[in-house]
Design a protein around this ligand. Structure first.
Ligand SMILES: Cc1cc2nc3c(=O)[nH]c(=O)nc-3n(C[C@H](O)[C@H](O)[C@H](O)COP(=O)(O)OP(=O)(O)OC[C@H]3O[C@@H](n4cnc5c(N)ncnc54)[C@H](O)[C@@H]3O)c2cc1C
Ligand SMILES: NC(=O)c1ccc[n+]([C@@H]2O[C@H](COP(=O)([O-])OP(=O)(O)OC[C@H]3O[C@@H](n4cnc5c(N)ncnc54)[C@H](O)[C@@H]3O)[C@@H](O)[C@H]2O)c1
Length: 459
């Protein structure tokens, strides 16, 4: 059948959403709240990267690794990586239940399984179905970058898309890239008995984060046994019966590192190639689809959200952008995307959370900054829990308003929320003094930071 035959039986919608990951699911479900007729198109099962190969499996594996690491303090234990991986997959299935097709259909969404291809600015083809809509949202996510290095086509490599499908973890692994994925999975795999070499071309791990805290986390990983190689760029790879050989280049010269397997954690590329966006004139770069402050593309009825847009590649950002588009389309009054509200956390052990600027960024953008720090070793709760490795750093302007905050330490992700609330609502750090924090809790460290701020701004 030709495309013109399909167009005779077009299905009509208020909104067609392409991709059922964090962005697409939030868009479709929010549009249902406005009583809209919505089609959701997905080429795999709903859930996207977060459920199947991202947040859920990585956090499941990290938690098991953490529990094993603690248990090892009190006696020797045997680790069965096949059991760990099958438990990870069971937890994926459990998380998926909340977004499975019957749940979406019960909410009123019309679900189409297949690859969406644009026919024109109002119409997409999915298998034998032609869907036409007033508005279309592209939420097709991203894929792992595979390095264009000598020998790449001759090796069997791992990415986040296949590592959680392994039957067993390897005895040794090279993890290329010490960003969020590389750091989280290196530390977890080392705790699960894998010998890990973490290779990074930047001078430190998590290079976008507060350097002082990244270095502290690096020490923790090294103490755990992760072999970290910095300032190293991969230039060639090969594989034989013994495993993988990776050639690295650094200012000191070339070196070869070996392991049973290799995992690429080198960043992401947007999923655009099969959509046919060029033919309908949607502008994009290698970083993703170009959108304005309302996540609207240059084709006015088409929107794009999540990893396919960026700049922050997090599930909560995909969800925020998608909900914002839907409220703007069907609610009252249009609100632009506010990137200043974003916070994130790398789920290393200890966790590493951040909102706003680092100290270096703040000192470049502002004239008069004040920096407040607090060490976990000065916190009673951290002492009794034996969780004293960690530090919080808050950077304020000359009135105490928070420009940025980073916390490396136990429960950092949750602790950051309080600082994020102050920052977002323009409440000075010293104001926290007025709220009595429970003893002995981790949140006391925020109270101590605010004491320092009070002393500073009164003086
Ligand atoms: C290992 C790992 C750990 C992570 N951990 C975290 C974390 O702890 N916290 C956090 O916030 N973020 C985390 N992330 C990032 C997070 O997973 C992504 O930011 C998020 O999933 C992006 O959502 P999305 O909706 O934009 O894209 P996706 O979730 O990728 O969804 C896009 C969907 O579109 C579908 N699709 C693509 N093209 C088409 C087409 N043409 N037709 C039909 N369907 C199509 C895909 O199959 C996919 O299901 C992690 C990522 C990884 C890899
Ligand atoms: N906890 C979380 O929220 C979480 C966890 C995992 C992933 N994520 C998201 O997924 C995204 C992708 O994660 P990622 O870790 O793949 O990317 P990333 O951009 O965070 O890190 C990639 C790292 O690879 C290094 N690199 C690139 N090319 C290299 C080369 N040839 N040789 C050596 N090193 C090289 C980069 O310098 C960088 O440090 C993140 O940006 C994040 O938004 C979030």
């Amino acid at each position: 059948m030709s495309i013109s035959d399909y167009s005779k039986s077009k299905l009509l919608y208020d909104l067609v959403v392409i991709g059922a990951g964090a962005g697409g699911l939030n868009a479709a479900l929010t549009a249902m709240e406005y009583g809209k007729k919505v089609a959701l198109v997905e080429r795999n099962q709903p859930g996207g990267e977060c459920t199947w190969s991202g947040c859920i499996p990585s956090k499941a594996m990290i938690q098991m690794a953490k529990e094993i690491k603690i248990s090892k303090k009190y006696g020797s234990i045997e680790i069965n990586s096949a059991d760990v991986l099958s438990k990870v997959r069971a937890l994926i299935q459990k998380a998926h239940q909340a977004e499975a097709v019957p749940v979406l259909e019960a909410a009123g969404i019309e679900y189409f399984y297949g690859e969406a291809v644009f026919l024109d600015k109002d119409t997409v083809q999915v298998g034998t179905n032609t869907l036409q809509a007033e508005n279309i949202m592209i939420a097709t996510g991203s894929s792992p970058v595979v390095p264009d290095i000598f020998g790449i086509n001759t090796v069997d490599y791992l990415t986040n898309e296949n590592i959680f499908l392994l039957t067993n973890l390897p005895s040794s692994i090279i993890v290329l890239g010490a960003g969020a994925i590389g750091v989280e999975l290196s530390q977890a795999m080392q705790a699960l008995g894998v010998e890990v070499k973490l290779v990074e071309m930047a001078p430190h791990i998590l290079y976008r984060e507060e350097v002082e805290l990244s270095k502290l986390l690096q020490e923790v990983l090294e103490k755990d046994g992760v072999d970290i190689l910095l300032n190293q760029r991969a230039i060639a790879v090969s594989e034989d019966a013994t495993g993988i050989q990776l050639t690295l280049s650094s200012p000191e010269g070339e070196a070869i590192v070996c392991a049973e397997k290799i995992l690429f954690a080198l960043g992401r590329q947007p999923n655009l190639t099969t959509l046919n966006i060029a033919d309908i004139g949607i502008k994009a770069t290698s970083q993703g689809i170009t959108v304005n402050d309302y996540c609207q593309t240059n084709v006015s009825n088409i929107y794009a959200t999540g990893d396919v847009v960026g700049p922050y590649l997090f599930s909560h950002m995909a969800g925020y952008q998608a909900r914002n588009v839907i409220h703007n389309l069907y609610g009252v009054g249009a609100q632009p995307i506010d990137l200043s509200g974003v916070a994130w956390c790398t789920f290393s052990d200890p966790e590493f959370a951040r909102c706003g600027l680092t100290e270096v960024e703040a000192s470049t953008e502002h004239n008069d900054i004040k920096t407040f720090t607090f060490d976990y070793e000065d916190l009673d709760r951290a002492v009794v829990d034996q969780k004293t490795i960690g530090k919080a750093k808050v950077i304020c302007d000359n009135k105490g308003l928070i420009l940025g905050a980073s916390i490396l330490g136990e429960r950092a992700c949750e602790l950051l929320g309080e600082l994020q609330l102050l920052k977002q609502n323009q409440i000075p750090l010293q104001k926290l003094q007025e709220s009595i924090h429970p003893y002995p809790g981790y949140s006391e460290l925020l109270f101590y930071l605010s004491m320092d701020a009070k002393a500073c701004f009164i003086a």
